[in-house]
Write a protein of this length. Structure first.
Length: 103
């Protein structure tokens, strides 16, 4: 029996991954341009993106900029941003963050 099958049916594994992704969703993303807190965070489906664990996007209405939060292997994250730059036709600012710790 394969390792995936030992963790349950395909539907069970998808549901578990969805719960994991929802629990890792940041409550807000800070805009890379104006530093405003953006609470409307959209999860991005990363199933076809090798090396990317989680990805989120939020749009800042005041400065009309999209901000992305991506977690994964360093090379995969860089490739994600390279593809993003190519699709928008301009340089994309890449930031870093640390997970918030509960007090």
């Amino acid at each position: 029996m394969g390792q995936a099958k030992s963790r349950g049916s395909r539907d069970d594994r998808v549901a578990q991954a969805t719960r994991l992704g929802a629990s890792a969703r940041p409550p807000v993303i800070r805009c890379n341009a104006c530093r405003a807190e953006l609470p409307d965070v959209e999860a991005i489906d990363t199933r076809g993106l090798k090396g990317i664990e989680l990805a989120f996007r939020a749009h800042c209405a005041p400065c009309d900029q999209d901000t992305w939060a991506v977690r994964g292997e360093a090379a995969a994250v860089r490739a994600f941003y390279d593809a993003l730059e190519k699709s928008v036709g301009q340089k994309v600012r890449m930031g870093t963050t640390r997970p918030q710790l509960d007090d």
